[in-house]
Design a protein around this ligand. Structure first.
Ligand code: F6R
Length: 240
């Protein structure tokens, strides 16, 4: 893992955007794996600005998101479909047909899982953007998920639901299930960019750096990947 330490969230977002833009210049039809959550919002802001200034184009870019909540309509403001449109897709020149998320609304969740997994198997993600949960989850691969897991329906840990409660009116409203790319799908990306920011992730960063790969801490699997860049800000790195 290549670790880049930066001062703060602003610098983390700029550095991440530079890396994504570099790939987009080199490969204008690249496939990006994208994440939701608070961490990549700054990166998406930077990408929007670069796109609007004409420095990068998304016209040939394809995207696959890590995950989507079950039991929420796509139109719900907190669905990851809505999140991605609000924070990125609505502001850039990407084609809607090139945007992919698990489609949890179809009624048959297992069919949605199979469809997404087949799509992922047919494509190669050039760069996968990741955040990390305090419990070490990547995507919604919670602790003890096997490293060879493909796309699946996950029951979210209580800790994860509590962490995500800030986006909802109450804990009751936070979905209990999601469809997520599995660890195997994530590890198939050519390159991975993990972004970690803030004091609340300091213990998580310490564990990531010091622990041996184990399903107890899903992000530790990244130590087996040859091309991982981790950008960490000072607060998140404060226990190193
Ligand atoms: C998001 C995702 C999650 C988040 C993680 C961190 O699509 O799959 O793994 O990256 O929960 O979330 P934040 O950035 O809100 O701390």
């Amino acid at each position: 893992m290549k670790i880049i330490k930066v001062k703060n969230y602003e610098e983390l977002s700029q550095k991440a955007a530079q890396l994504v833009a570099k790939l987009m210049h080199k490969k204008p039809d690249a496939t990006l794996g994208l994440a939701t959550g608070s961490t990549p919002i700054g990166l998406y802001k930077q990408l929007i600005a670069m796109n609007q200034e004409g420095l990068i184009s998304f016209q040939q870019i394809k995207t696959y998101n890590l995950d989507e909540y079950c039991d929420l309509p796509q139109s719900h403001p907190q669905s990851y479909y809505s999140f991605m449109h609000e924070h990125l897709f609505d502001h850039i020149d990407i084609l809607e047909e090139n945007v992919h998320l698990p489609e949890c609304e179809c009624g048959d969740l297992q069919a949605a899982v199979d469809k997404y997994n087949q799509m992922l198997k047919k494509t190669t993600i050039d760069l996968q953007v990741l955040g990390i949960g305090r419990n070490g989850h990547i995507g919604f691969n919670e602790p003890h998920t096997p490293f060879d897991q493909e796309t699946f329906i996950v029951r979210l840990e209580e800790k994860t639901r509590i962490d995500n409660q800030r986006f909802f009116n109450s804990l009751d409203e936070v979905p209990k299930r999601a469809i997520t790319m599995g660890i195997k799908n994530i590890m198939a990306a050519k390159r991975i960019l993990l972004l970690i920011s803030g004091k609340s992730k300091a213990e998580t960063v310490k564990k990531l750096i010091t622990s041996e790969p184990s399903p107890d801490f899903p992000a530790s699997v990244l130590k087996y990947h040859k091309k991982v860049t981790v950008i960490i800000d000072e607060e998140a790195a404060s226990l190193l």
